[in-house]
Design a protein around this ligand. Structure first.
Ligand code: 13P
Ligand code: ZN
Length: 274
């Protein structure tokens, strides 16, 4: 038995490969973190090594004190995760103050958690608080069509949400809460982490202008599915605009969206429909 035989580690690696195969992770683009359940920590514990030094994150969250996270490494390629997990991903433990991490498995050869760990950490904090601890996955990717829309749509949650909901009939069922939009900011620090986590209090998915998308969820299937659904809707919108030379002849109306919500038992933000 190796740590790579533990089910949750296998599922995490599979999600990295799936993201790579979708074309969302050029070079070292994107990052994935997972907050381990207590029993999963115990399954992995026999393979932990002597802990590294505590490293401050520049952000803090009391509700994540003592938690353990699987994380991709900074500068590491999703393409390589399945081939070389020990150097590409790792497990970090968070201290009692909830403001520092230390490496206890993986990230071999001096690697560090993703440079977006502060954003992931703050997003975990607000999504865990909002869902009674159910949400465990934060996923950042660079899907091309969604990024393209940040050059042509007004940068508001309402404009993005409407365009995506109207691009495929099942979108309002998959993300009835819509998507938030962070304006262009320098990535990798505590400022963008705080701006993103503020929106993640309300939204499962947040767009980073001219950069990519953050998705959250309870498990890998749901979170990957959310990224996939949003990017596919963005692709349809880009295709329709391109083929129609910018003219949309007909679309799913606000009343159509209300009818979908009623039939599928979801609540859409009315302020995005008017
Ligand atoms: P990392 O390689 O540090 O994870 O950064 C990739 C990225 O997408 C930054 O936003
Ligand atoms: Zn990025």
């Amino acid at each position: 038995m190796k740590i790579l035989d533990v089910d949750i580690v296998k599922a995490y690696i599979r999600m990295c490969s799936d993201g790579w195969e979708q074309g969302w992770h050029e070079r070292n683009g994107g990052n994935l973190t997972y907050r381990l359940k207590k029993e999963e920590v115990e399954q992995c514990r026999p393979f932990f090594h002597a802990p590294g030094a505590w490293v401050k994150m520049g952000v803090s969250a009391e509700n994540l004190a003592g938690e353990y996270f699987l994380t991709t490494g900074s500068g590491k390629y999703f393409r390589n995760v399945a081939l070389d997990p020990e150097h590409s991903i790792g497990i970090v433990e968070v201290n009692k103050a909830g403001d520092s991490w230390r490496i206890i498995w993986g990230l071999e050869g001096g690697a560090k958690p993703t440079s977006e760990f502060p954003s992931h950490f703050m997003n975990h904090s607000v999504r865990a608080a909002a869902t009674g601890g159910t949400y465990r996955v934060i996923y950042h990717a660079h899907p091309a069509n969604l990024i393209a829309l940040t050059y042509i749509l007004p940068l508001t949650a309402r404009d993005f949400t409407r365009a995506l909901w109207q691009s495929a009939t099942e979108c309002p069922v998959v993300f009835p809460g819509g998507v938030g939009v962070v304006p262009w900011m320098v990535p990798g620090g505590s400022e963008i982490a705080l701006a993103t986590s503020k929106l993640m209090k309300e939204y499962d998915a947040v767009v980073w202008t001219h950069h990519g998308l953050f998705c959250s969820g309870p498990d890998f299937d749901t979170t990957f599915g959310l990224m996939h659904t949003i990017e596919k809707a963005a692709q349809i919108h880009v295709l329709a605009l391109s083929a129609g030379q910018g003219k949309i002849r007909q679309t799913i109306s606000a009343d159509n969206l209300r009818a979908i919500a009623k039939e599928f038992g979801v609540t859409l933000r009315e302020e995005f429909l008017n």
